[in-house]
Every structure is written in C-alpha cells, then in structure tokens.
Design a protein around this ligand. Structure first.
Ligand code: ITT
Length: 192
C-alpha cells in the first residue's frame, strides 16, 4: 500500500486531512514515528507550510503533506493568523484562547473573520506544491458547540447559523478552508 506522512502534530488536522485523502494511502503520523515539530519561523502561512513539509520530508522516503492554518480576525488586524496555535498555548489552552478572543471582540462591530489553510505537498526529491484555501465567516458572541477542534466553537461560517463546533465532522469537512485548499491541490497533482 502507498504511504503518505501527514506532517502535523495536531490531531484535529490529522483526522480531517486523513479523511480527505484516498483510502489507497496508508496515512502515517509524525507522532507514530516520533518525529518532532519544526520551529515555525515563517512570516506567512505559505512559508510555514513549506517549512513543515520540507522538514518532515527529511525523515521519510514517501510523500508528505503539511498544513499551516489559522483564524484571521478583521477587527484584530487579522490576528491571531499564523499565531493561532501559539495564542492558545500562551493562554493555557483553546478554551482560554477563545475566551480571550471573545473579550477582545466585546466592543467590536465588525466580527468578520477568515479561516485560512495552507497545504503543502512534497514527493521525494521534488519541490513542494503549495495551495491556500479560505472560508469567510464571523466570530460568534459565545463559545458554542463541542465538536471539531481548535477555534471551531467561535467560528460561524458564512451562510450558517451554527458554528463549526456545532457542525458534524462530515459537514464541516466538506466546506472548510482545508477542504477548499485540498480541492486546489488535487487539481494540481491529480492524485491523492
Ligand atoms: P502543526 O504545526 O503540527 O500542524 P499546529 O496546531 O501548531 O500543528 P498551526 O501552527 O498551523 O498548527 O496552527 C493552526 C491553529 O489554528 C491551531 O491552533 C488549530 O487548532 C487552529 N485551526 C486550524 N484549522 C482549524 C480548524 O479547521 N478548526 C479549528 N481550529 C483550527
């Protein structure tokens, strides 16, 4: 069976990406292989996704896909953006991170936000192919829902009155930023 390393330590992302990739592939996690995470020194989602895919590719001789993603909130100058995971870590977890964001948003009229996902795919000895997917939406007034992962319970995707945290996995996975990026990637590489 063909193998692919899904280069992420985030279990939520791993699950979503695994479901998007064909059953023909055996999906391997860096956690299983005890591969650490690289330091995210990039200034953009694209730079970080490439940095991750290049890093993980050094450990295996089969294709790797990596993901750099985050929540960009308009009235917070597009923050936390590439710092989304770091914000949650600094605050002591996602629940505290989401509460912090809701507090910062208390007096903001504009609650527009964009979830961004950059995927980078690399075959051995080839250059990475990188794509970006986005979904517009709004920040909810409260933390709502227990499904999904990360910031899902405060994100209301456009044309929806429920947050990603209230949506079934199968529904979220077919509309979100990761799915949009994945569709673009599939067009470019015609496999997976
Ligand atoms: P890896 O670098 O190992 O992939 P990470 O969690 O550090 O894991 P990022 O640096 O890309 O990943 O941070 C992305 C952050 O945005 C992270 O906190 C995610 O939980 C959050 N995030 C990304 N996509 C999301 C989604 O679909 N739903 C909820 N939160 C999401």
């Amino acid at each position: 069976m063909k193998k692919i390393l899904i280069g992420t330590h985030n279990r939520g992302k791993f699950k979503e990406i695994s479901h998007l990739i064909s059953r023909k592939y055996r999906k391997i996690s860096p956690l299983t292989l005890k591969i650490p995470s690289p330091e995210e020194t990039g200034k953009t989602f694209q730079q970080n996704a490439k940095l991750k895919v290049n890093f993980f590719s050094k450990f295996v001789n089969y294709p790797v896909i990596s993901d750099d993603s985050g929540l960009c909130i308009k009235s917070l100058h597009n923050k936390p953006g590439i710092y989304s995971a770091r914000l949650a870590k600094q605050r002591g977890g996602f629940n505290k991170g989401m509460k912090y964001i809701l507090k910062k948003m208390r007096n903001k009229k504009n609650r527009s936000a964009v979830f961004v996902c950059c995927l980078s795919y690399k075959k051995p000895k080839k250059k990475p192919i990188t794509v970006i997917g986005k979904i517009n939406g709004k920040i909810s007034n409260q933390i709502i829902g227990t499904k999904g992962f990360g910031y899902d319970p405060i994100f209301l995707p456009k044309n929806s009155n429920i947050t990603f945290g209230q949506m079934s996995k199968s529904k979220k996975m077919l509309i979100d930023h990761r799915f949009i990026a994945f569709k673009k990637l599939k067009k470019k590489i015609k496999i997976l």
